[in-house]
Design a protein around this ligand. Structure first.
Ligand SMILES: NC(=O)C1=CN([C@@H]2O[C@H](COP(=O)(O)OP(=O)(O)OC[C@H]3O[C@@H](n4cnc5c(N)ncnc54)[C@H](OP(=O)(O)O)[C@@H]3O)[C@@H](O)[C@H]2O)[C@@H](O)CC1
Ligand SMILES: [K+]
Length: 510
């Protein structure tokens, strides 16, 4: 699937440019209607009675086209229009005029015997909460117990945010055009969409590029060319030495999981920097991961002054007292790439400005932060940035902090200070388990350690984390995630055409 995601405004701009370049809007609408009719025909046997529910805009226009085509193909079709027919304008009015069947009012809904419904009420033009007759119609659609194919978006889902605008259709399939929109990936939109199909309606790739999208679906197509793959001639220091900073005695498990994940994710060497009182606890159970006694912030500074330590990860069970704060300061003052998670973020509760100040003191250095919603809310306590749609918040936080932000969840959003962002869609529900975030922090540290740029590193880490969750399957505990990474990495190498004997990537055309 194509990786660019277009905002509603970008899609309208691509549409406008395509029309200006000579393709009539009605042609685009016809192609959209064909794609919807094809999707319905693929799903429902011929002669299944269908009901198309049209709204007052161009989404409804697409519905009129689909109804006409399905009727021509032999489906007994009925069509309901919300609002007076005279309100239809432009291409939608023209498409309504070409529809030969009866246009019925919403009141007849309950009397219609349908085997499927095409939802063409609202798409990209939904701009306020749905109330009254429209809300009532959506409730009836959902209550009908009949599969729904949605045109562009399930009506009620905001295309930019994935949020439900009061009420929303629940579809089994959504047919969208040109590229997916953020609302197809962001929750709860993604669930309401069912399967998403992208139809080509003749908007060229050049037009999409010209519109300048900066949002992507997270996957190897986005960052694969920056993913570090070791070759036969590389020694382990090429992959860097990562440091994970342990919490105090009795709270060391989290960092060991992060450390193991970092090693599995390809860091050349991994060291757990351990307070003295926790040394036995850490050393007793670590083997390939090394342990170093690090007595406080000054000792951490000394350790990572060595440039072979490329990346530092800290936060999981670090603590939130002054000693922990000093450790975070030492990491941020070091010039090494840094991943901040959990307690390292809680330490800056309501003080995002202080964190930004520390990060921006070294603008070229890479910082990734991995808050879940609770940590994000604490970080921006009392700040308007705390409110609003997830994608917006992640982007504004990244710009404010000068760091790449991974705002975690079932639809983790990764945002960079330069405005680029990605939405992750491969996380299985069972990935939300104790310690899962610690593992992600470890993988992210490993990606930075291997020299990936911060945005790509964060995207790759989040994707690998999701894949490992899928690979481990239901019932997983966080310890399973690092163990699933080898299989996930092998599959990724295959996808990236990496020769497993040499680590070389197959040249194009080979
Ligand atoms: N872009 C493309 O390339 C192509 C786009 N195409 C299609 O066009 C669709 C976008 O069409 P669109 O812009 O006309 O918007 P649409 O979703 O029909 O809704 C607008 C209407 O709904 C109304 N309305 C809004 N909110 C409301 C509410 N809460 N409650 C009640 N009413 C509400 C609003 O009314 P008003 O605000 O004027 O009162 C207006 O009448 C897009 O999703 C795709 O399917 C294809 O044809 C192919 C090419
Ligand atoms: K719709």
């Amino acid at each position: 699937m194509l990786i660019e995601l277009l905002s509603v405004a970008e899609m309208a701009e691509a549409d406008r440019r395509t029309i200006a370049a000579g393709t009539p809007g009605l042609t685009l609408m016809d192609r959209a209607g064909v794609a919807v009719a094809d999707a319905a025909a693929r799903r429902f046997p011929l002669a299944t009675p269908g009901l198309v529910v049209c709204g007052p805009g161009n989404n409804g226009g697409d519905g009129f086209v689909a109804a006409r085509l399905l009727a021509q193909r032999g489906y007994p079709m009925r069509l309901i229009l919300l609002g007076p027919r005279e309100r239809l304008t432009g291409d939608a009015a023209e498409s309504a005029a070409r529809f030969r069947g009866e246009i019925e009012p919403p009141e007849v809904f309950d009397g219609v015997r349908a085997g499927f419904i095409v939802d063409a009420l609202f798409g990209a033009g939904l701009d306020r909460p749905i109330e009254g007759a429209a809300a009532d119609l959506i409730a009836r659609i959902n209550g009908a117990g009949v599969p729904v194919v949605a045109v562009d978006l399930p009506s009620g889902i905001n295309g930019d945010t994935g949020q439900v605008m009061g009420v929303a259709v629940r579809a089994v399939e959504t047919v969208t055009f040109c590229r997916r929109k953020p609302g197809h990936l962001l929750l709860p939109g993604r669930i309401q969409c069912g399967r998403v199909r992208v139809a080509d309606i003749g908007i060229t790739d050049e037009t999409v590029t010209a519109v300048g999208p900066s949002l992507y679906a997270n996957g190897p197509a986005l960052w694969g060319d920056r993913f570090f793959v070791p070759t036969l001639i590389d020694h382990k220091y090429v992959r860097g030495h990562a440091v994970l900073v342990s919490g105090p005695r009795g709270r060391t498990g989290a960092i060991r999981m992060a450390a193991r994940a970092a090693l599995r994710a390809g860091a050349g060497l991994v060291t757990v920097a351990s307070p003295l009182d926790a040394l036995d606890e850490n050393a007793g159970v670590l083997t390939a991961v090394m342990v170093r006694p690090v007595a406080g912030a000054a000792a951490l500074s000394d350790l990572i002054a060595d440039e072979r330590f490329r990346a530092v990860g800290l936060g999981p069970a670090l603590g939130t007292g002054p000693e922990a704060a000093a450790l975070v300061d030492a990491a941020l003052a070091s010039g090494r790439a840094v991943v901040l998670d959990a307690d390292a973020l809680t330490l800056f509760s309501g003080r995002a400005g202080d964190l930004a100040h520390r990060i921006k003191a070294q603008p070229a250095r890479l910082v990734v932060i991995t808050p879940h919603e609770g940590e994000f809310a604490r970080l921006f306590l009392g700040d308007p940035l705390k409110h609003g749609p997830k994608l917006d918040r992640a982007r504004r936080a990244a710009a404010r902090l000068g760091a790449v932000v991974v705002l975690k969840g079932g639809d983790s959003v990764i945002a960079a200070p330069d405005g680029r962002a990605a939405i992750t869609e491969n996380a299985p529900p069972w990935l939300a388990t104790a310690g899962s975030g610690d593992v992600l922090a470890g993988i992210a540290t490993a990606m930075l350690c291997q020299g990936m740029p911060a945005f790509e590193a964060a995207c790759a880490a989040t994707w690998l984390h999701g894949e490992s969750g899928r690979e481990a399957g239901p019932g997983l505990i966080a310890e399973d995630l690092p163990e699933a990474l080898p299989r996930v990495t092998r599959a990724l190498y295959e996808q990236l055409d990496v020769d497993l004997l040499t680590g070389w990537r197959t040249p194009p055309g080979e």
